[in-house]
Design a protein around this ligand. Structure first.
Ligand SMILES: Cc1ncc(COP(=O)(O)O)c(C=O)c1O
Length: 369
């Protein structure tokens, strides 16, 4: 195994601190155990079989993926997968149905078309696919809008011989990392009331809701305010990012992934340029302040601001810095949104608990279908 010291890493290099990873994993696993919740981490954040295995070692019940290509990779880590994405075209549904021959696979859907396509594919493959009916709880991205349509879809699914109605699904993406946890608590309680109404209506239609799958990193630790939940699917919590730390959802010390960059120019007054642009940091702005938030945070130079990105250049305004980064210096950046940044790397680096630095393949990198 190739090991390096931090100063030998070719930059920009994504360096992940395993001590912090383990702390983040243990903390949420403990919370889930305390509240009798299953944990099905979303692997889109790390896209790594080794990281998925760490989550399973902490007691995760299975894994979540967005794409069938990710599911095919994560199959090596778990035989219990949830595709949190409507797989309603032939190239997706056929692969889902094939995978369902050898492991438990569920898909979250919000249309009769998806149910038809998955039924046809599963029939051809001779497999059975579990279905979660996706409800819109306020994020307004996917999900059925009312109880009646959820019941109708669940009934439709339950009549199809190669599908199995397993329960309900939602993504609370509208609950962002706010410093006021009371707002989350109220929203989570309201969601519980809506879920409860749907579960009761399903029971009256003789349909049993075995799974209620929700959760995200910002809403993770408020999940017990929605007692109807049986499992949560946080992804970002393994590494955290500046979108988590800036609004105070987590302390900065819980950010496990830092991008190590080199200062490659200081020719323009009040500015330095780092060797990470939009092809490394992405163009994602800071969720809590998209206009002024910059493109990532330099923890060692907190007054510095990454103000503009070209593909390979990150322009950092250092006019407010008491101490300024020097030409050739290595600086650390906490990305605004870690998930797409990981997907831009073939390989990241991990710092082990013993302090060694080792490469880690991003196994599901680029699995976009
Ligand atoms: C359907 C679904 N579930 C779970 C998650 C995980 O959310 P987070 O990254 O905030 O933990 C996401 C994130 O995009 C998602 O789209």
């Amino acid at each position: 195994m190739e090991t390096k010291t931090e100063n030998q890493l070719p930059t920009p290099a994504m360096l992940i601190d395993l001590k912090i990873v383990e702390r983040n994993l243990a903390k949420l696993a403990d919370y889930c155990r305390t509240h009798n919740l299953k944990l099905r981490p979303h692997t889109k954040t790390h896209k790594s079989i080794a990281m998925a295995k760490r989550q399973l070692a902490h007691g995760a019940t299975g894994l979540t993926v967005a794409k069938i290509g990710e599911a095919e990779v994560m199959r090596e880590a778990s035989s219990d997968l949830l595709l949190a994405y409507p797989a309603l075209d032939a190239f997706r549904s056929n692969r889902v149905a094939e995978l369902a021959r050898e492991c438990t696979i569920r898909v979250a859907i919000d249309s009769p078309l998806a149910a038809d396509v998955l039924q046809d594919a599963a029939k051809r493959a001779g497999s059975k696919i579990g279905i979660l009916v996706d409800l819109d709880m306020g994020f307004h991205r996917t999900g059925l809008q009312d109880t009646a349509s959820a019941i109708a879809l669940a009934q439709d699914v339950s009549k199809k011989p190669n599908l199995r109605f397993d329960g309900l699904f939602f993504y609370p993406g509208h609950l962002k990392a706010k410093p006021d946890p009371d707002a989350h608590k109220i929203a989570m309680t309201e969601m519980g009331a809506k879920l409860s109404e749907t579960i009761d209506a399903l029971a009256k239609a003789c349909l049993q809701t075995s799974i209620v799958s929700g959760g995200s990193t910002p809403a993770g630790y408020q999940s017990h305010f929605t007692p109807e939940l049986t499992e949560i699917r946080p992804g970002t919590y393994i590494y955290n990012d500046w979108n988590c730390a800036a609004p105070g959802l987590v302390p900065i010390e819980d950010c496990a992934a830092h991008l190590i960059c080199t200062v490659i120019s200081d020719a323009v007054p009040n500015k330095v340029v780092i060797d990470a642009g939009s092809k490394t940091l992405t163009s994602d702005r800071l969720g809590m302040d998209p206009e002024h938030g910059g493109f990532g945070h330099l923890p060692d130079y907190p007054e510095a601001k990454i103000v503009r990105l070209s593909e390979e250049h990150g322009e950092v305004d250092i006019s407010q810095c008491a101490r300024r980064p020097k030409l050739g210096e290595r600086v650390r950046v906490i990305p605004n949104h870690i998930c797409p940044c990981i997907n831009l790397q073939d390989q990241v680096w991990v710092k082990t608990e013993e302090g060694a630095i080792e490469p880690l393949r991003v196994d599901a990198r680029g699995k976009l279908n």
